[in-house]
Design a protein around this ligand. Structure first.
Ligand SMILES: *[C@@H]1O[C@H](CO)[C@@H](O)[C@H](O)[C@H]1NC(C)=O
Ligand SMILES: *[C@@H]1O[C@H](CO)[C@@H](O)[C@H](O)[C@H]1NC(C)=O
Ligand SMILES: *[C@@H]1O[C@H](CO)[C@@H](O)[C@H](O)[C@H]1NC(C)=O
Length: 373
């Protein structure tokens, strides 16, 4: 087992070596799918919030300190999970943010993700302006219309094309962190039990996904919520109030999120059974983040409870501030700031999503197989 992990880490190092600029120039092969569309929150946003009024922004140093394009608006030191995924799928450049895209970009796919966004419209309003899922889907609808024009008004052809693309759906974390578990700003935890709240989120999510299906989307990657009770922000808060000293995580949050994740898996099964040609997969990021955290040393991490950049306990009480000096050795940290993984961690998560053979991580198939399906 140790050797396998060591080989895996070697492969990761190789992968990181090719994440440099040279990657754009090498290889003429076509990507495995014609396009990749991304929906989600700050874990995958690559600049959509740069020009709006919000605290959920990352286009300042030291964000992007290890990224060839600098502080682009990505909420990490380097690449996000979807950047790595785009590379693994054979794309020769990153999928551009919708906010800065050119008309000519749309055939390769677009990134609609927005920091602070959730499934619910009000989620994240405590941080300012952003694009909730409903608006991201509206942007996709506009894109589908443009696509139809590209095919000279032939809707059949546009829909066929969109059916070959992959749709990465990474939402839900903020519906807990910046809604349900923020009772001073939101009333949802007083109105709903965790299971009722989860049912409401799933109802809303299903409706939006059905709309995307109607527009032509078929290959959907539904990303579960990670172990957000264990991010530095929660560790810092929980430190004040630890009934169980062995477990620094906020298990109330982890439990609520697990209910939602179980529902996501059921939803994926339902869509696959009911919608013709639907190919939905579920990424169990909760399981993947648990694996990485509990096998941290084997994965090459020696700091798993602190952000590399941040302020206060666990570097998790206040997020990474403009021009703050981050930790030296970014490759040893699991978390970049109070909320977001480092590039190295993102590479691991992307690799698992693309290639894992464990159905407890990717269900019922991984993204490599989804691309061929
Ligand atoms: C639209 O494209 C389909 C599939 O390529 C083709 O069969 C059909 O004839 C086209 N329709 C029109 C009106 O051109
Ligand atoms: C400590 O945690 C318990 C259980 O989660 C909770 O009921 C209590 O209100 C918390 N106390 C403080 C001071 O946050
Ligand atoms: C840690 O790694 C071992 C060996 O790969 C694996 O069996 C175990 O499930 C991992 N731990 C978690 C919590 O995933």
């Amino acid at each position: 087992m140790k050797t396998m992990l060591a080989q895996f880490i070697l492969a990761l190092n190789l992968l990181q070596a090719i994440t440099s600029r040279a990657w754009f120039l090498s290889g003429q092969a076509q990507p495995q799918v014609p396009c990749l569309f991304i929906f989600g929150d700050s874990l995958v946003d690559n600049g959509n919030n740069n020009n709006i009024l919000t605290l959920a922004r990352a286009n300042y140093r030291p964000y992007g300190i290890d990224f060839t394009e600098g502080s682009s608006g990505r909420f990490t030191n380097g690449l996000t999970t979807v950047d790595v995924l785009a590379q693994l799928l054979g794309f020769r450049s990153f999928i551009p943010p919708y906010a800065a895209a050119q008309r000519s970009d749309i055939s390769k796919g677009l990134n609609f993700a927005s920091g602070a966004a959730g499934i619910r419209d009000e989620t994240g309003n405590n941080l300012g302006d952003h694009y909730p899922l409903a608006q991201q889907v509206n942007h996709f609808r506009d894109t589908a219309t443009m696509m139809t024009r590209m095919f000279r008004g032939n809707t059949t052809r546009a829909t066929e094309y969109l059916g070959k693309c992959i749709y990465y759906m990474g939402l839900g974390s903020n519906d807990y962190l910046n809604n349900y578990f923020m009772p001073t700003m939101y009333s949802t935890s007083r109105e709903y039990s965790p299971s009722t709240y989860s049912a409401l989120l799933l109802q809303d999510y299903s409706r939006q996904l059905s709309e995307m299906y109607d527009l032509g989307a078929r290959k959907m990657v539904i990303v579960g919520v990670g172990q957000i009770g264990c991010i530095p922000y929660e560790l810092a808060r929980n430190n004040n109030n630890r009934s169980n000293k062995k477990d620094p995580c906020n298990e109330e949050i982890n439990k609520a999120v697990s209910i939602f994740n179980t529902g996501l898996l059921r939803m994926v099964n339902r869509f696959n059974a009911q919608l013709p040609n639907a190919k939905f997969i579920y990424l169990n990021t909760f399981e993947s983040s648990k694996d990485v955290a509990s096998n941290a040393t084997a994965y090459g991490f020696n700091v798993v409870d602190k952000g590399c950049c941040g302020v206060g306990r666990n570097n998790g009480q206040i997020t990474c501030l403009p021009f703050q000096t981050p930790c030296e050795d970014r490759s040893r940290y699991l978390f970049w700031d109070a909320f977001h993984p480092t590039e190295v961690a993102n590479v691991i998560y992307a690799r698992k999503a693309y290639d894992s053979s464990s159905t407890s991580e990717v269900y019922p198939m991984n993204i490599r197989r989804l691309a061929m399906a």
